[in-house]
Design a protein around this ligand. Structure first.
Ligand SMILES: NC(=O)c1ccc[n+]([C@@H]2O[C@H](COP(=O)([O-])OP(=O)(O)OC[C@H]3O[C@@H](n4cnc5c(N)ncnc54)[C@H](OP(=O)(O)O)[C@@H]3O)[C@@H](O)[C@H]2O)c1
Length: 309
């Protein structure tokens, strides 16, 4: 197999990996998406484990390959690689249960999980048994509706030597860009991702609900707000944060910020709290002189709080 533009050794690794078999433990939104694409690329999918026969069968149908298991099973040991894509909170207990099932048979195998916030230490019971452990996090939002493109996506990877090599290999096979980070930085890395995926969504929905409160339909609100959001993103991408920054704070219109805070009092308190926190964040991250802007802003914020009581 030839992948133009890739280094020779990565091409060789990719070719060799086609023989690798993968078991997937936890086949929901992420497990199915990665499993399906890897299967399409010629990797062999072995055990597919969820918490019920019904969901496991549905996962196998969605992936297009694999053997369905409705509970953890030793069968996962038949694969060279085990990919754990359960919710974060289940990873450690799954690792403990698998370590108990396989014991020393884990030696030489590779186990990766797909959590953004956790690092390989969540798989410690397996590494104690001799497995190479790491994590492979696709920085994308998977909703289960439609499949986001994996090509060009950053896959954040970390792990011990063999696990890291396997994580990079998978990311490259999927057309992604592997970026290695120190496992200790994963919570901060994931919090940054949450700002963009989750918090941006909450902000967009808050603005939508405010529009609806003053008479817009949801459809009209989307029609009004989405071009604004798209243009801001395009400005950020093309010109960077400073050029993309518009709005009262960027102009020093502190009185307008005060009016916003006053208007927000008619909404649930989280609206005003978020507005205040995000305005301060804007000053901190976007202003040329954050201290000066924050000092003025804090006077306005204190005034708004005073006006409330
Ligand atoms: N969704 C995203 O946008 C996204 C993006 C990047 C990374 N991630 C990470 O990927 C991982 C999976 O997230 P997801 O959104 O794909 O989760 P999900 O859609 O909720 O799927 C979780 C899967 O794990 C199975 N499961 C739960 N507990 C289990 C257990 N104890 N033993 C075996 N299987 C178990 C579930 O079984 P059932 O099917 O039977 O319920 C389901 O198949 C998480 O670590 C998450 O942080 C998620």
């Amino acid at each position: 197999l030839i992948f133009p533009g890739r280094e020779w050794n990565e091409t060789v690794i990719l070719s060799r990996s086609m023989g690798a078999t993968i078991s997937i433990v936890g086949a929901g939104r992420v497990g199915r998406t990665l499993g399906r694409r890897l299967h399409e690329l010629g990797w062999t999918i072995d055990a597919v484990v969820t918490r019920s026969r019904a969901t496991a069968r549905s996962a196998v149908r969605s992936i297009g390959a694999g053997r369905a298991h409705g509970a953890l099973t030793r069968q996962v040991l038949a694969a060279d690689l085990v990919l754990i894509a359960t919710p974060d909170d289940a990873i450690a207990s799954v690792a403990t249960a698998l370590a108990r099932m396989g014991g020393a048979e884990w030696k030489g195998r590779v186990v990766l999980h797909t959590s953004g916030a956790l690092d390989r230490s969540a798989l410690q019971p397996l590494s104690v048994q001799g497995a190479a452990t790491g994590s492979l996090h696709p920085l994308q939002t998977f909703t289960g509706r439609g499949t986001p493109r994996l090509e060009g996506l950053v896959f954040t990877v970390e792990g011990d030597r063999r696990a890291l090599a396997m994580a990079r290999k998978i990311a490259l096979a999927l057309g992604g860009v592997p970026v290695t980070i120190d496992g200790r930085n994963k919570p901060a890395y994931h919090a940054a991702g949450a700002f963009v995926a989750g918090h941006l969504l909450a902000v967009l929905e808050a603005a939508t609900q405010m529009f609806m409160r003053i008479g817009y339909s949801r459809r009209r609100a989307a029609q009004a707000l989405l071009p604004l959001a798209h243009q801001m993103l395009e400005n950020f991408q093309r010109h960077g944060p400073r050029v993309a920054w518009t709005g009262p704070l960027s102009r020093g219109d502190f009185a307008t910020v005060g009016k916003h805070l006053e208007a927000l009092q008619q909404f649930p308190r989280e609206f005003q709290e978020a507005y205040a926190a995000l305005t301060r964040l804007g000053a901190r991250t976007l202003a040329r002189n954050p201290q000066a802007v924050l000092a003025k802003l804090d006077r306005v914020l204190r005034g708004a709080r005073g006006g409330k009581s």
